[in-house]
Design a binder for this molecule. Structure first.
Ligand SMILES: [Zn+2]
Length: 270
């Protein structure tokens, strides 16, 4: 059986309230999922993410931070709380953090940039890798420009893990991929890779190579092709892996081994 890691999930989302435990105890192990990394990216998600780790200590690991869309939720008190939680052994990275210029109506650019800077300062102190969320508007890639600029000037990449960051939900050109790879990052590949219109993502991933990627669902969103419109969950990782392996011309088993090894290295998982 091929063993996989879901490197980015939101299993605490209310979409899973009815069957979260069935998924975690039955469906994930049946699909070969050995670890699922739970993202707590707003102050009210941090404790629930850690509690999910406590309930499933082998399977679930947490990543805590503030998503750019939730920047307005970060009070001074919450920032202090986050600083205290990040060193916790259950927390394996800082994320998802970054810039998202598709949600500027709810979260202004300047606030997002300030929040991202604060997250980088915390990451510098705790020396854990980053889970980056960057979303552009149409063909305007300035969210990437601004993110790379801030990283270059304000980030001290973690030297405690072989990869200092992952560019989660990679959906850009090889140009952006290359800049991330040059900084030692991995690319997080999910259902977007499988959508018919996204040939540019597939081409960028092919150029990057399997050695530079990890698999994720970003569930409950972004179900792979064939399951679009349905709720996504970590048991879809083998299907996402099959899309990627087929495109790259690799056996699925080999892709599973590479991506599982990469995700373990990134997050320093057992
Ligand atoms: Zn996410």
């Amino acid at each position: 059986m091929n063993l996989f890691i879901d490197s980015h999930a939101h299993l605490n989302d209310p979409a899973f309230d009815a069957d979260r435990d069935v998924l975690l105890t039955t469906q994930l192990p049946a699909a070969g999922i050995v670890h699922s990394v739970e993202i707590g990216c707003a102050p009210d998600e941090w404790q629930p993410a850690l509690q999910l780790c406590d309930k499933y200590p082998q399977l679930v690991h947490a990543v805590l931070g503030v998503h750019p869309e939730y920047a307005p939720k970060l009070s001074a008190q919450a920032l202090t709380q986050l600083a205290a939680l990040l060193p916790d052994a259950r927390n394996v990275a800082v994320g998802e953090i970054g810039l998202d210029y598709t949600c500027l109506d709810t979260s202004a650019k300047e606030l997002q940039q300030n929040t991202f800077s604060q997250m980088l300062q915390l990451a510098n102190q705790v020396q854990k890798p980053l889970v980056l969320h960057i979303r552009r508007v149409g063909e305007d890639y300035c969210a990437y420009e601004d993110t790379f600029h801030l990283l270059k000037h304000e980030w001290k990449p973690s030297t405690r893990t072989p990869y200092p960051a992952v560019l989660h939900c990679f959906c850009a050109r090889y140009e952006e991929a290359k800049r991330a790879l040059d900084m030692g990052m991995l690319l997080g590949i999910n259902g977007c890779f499988s959508y018919k219109k996204n040939e540019y993502i597939r081409e960028a991933v092919k150029k990057a190579g399997a050695d530079k990627i990890i698999l994720e669902t970003d569930c409950p969103y972004l179900s792979p092709q064939g399951k679009r419109g349905q709720r996504n969950d970590p048991s879809n990782i083998p299907l996402i892996g099959t899309f990627v392996a087929d495109y790259l011309g690799l056996p699925v088993q080999e892709l599973a081994e590479i991506t599982t090894r990469n995700a373990k290295a990134l997050y320093a998982l057992p």
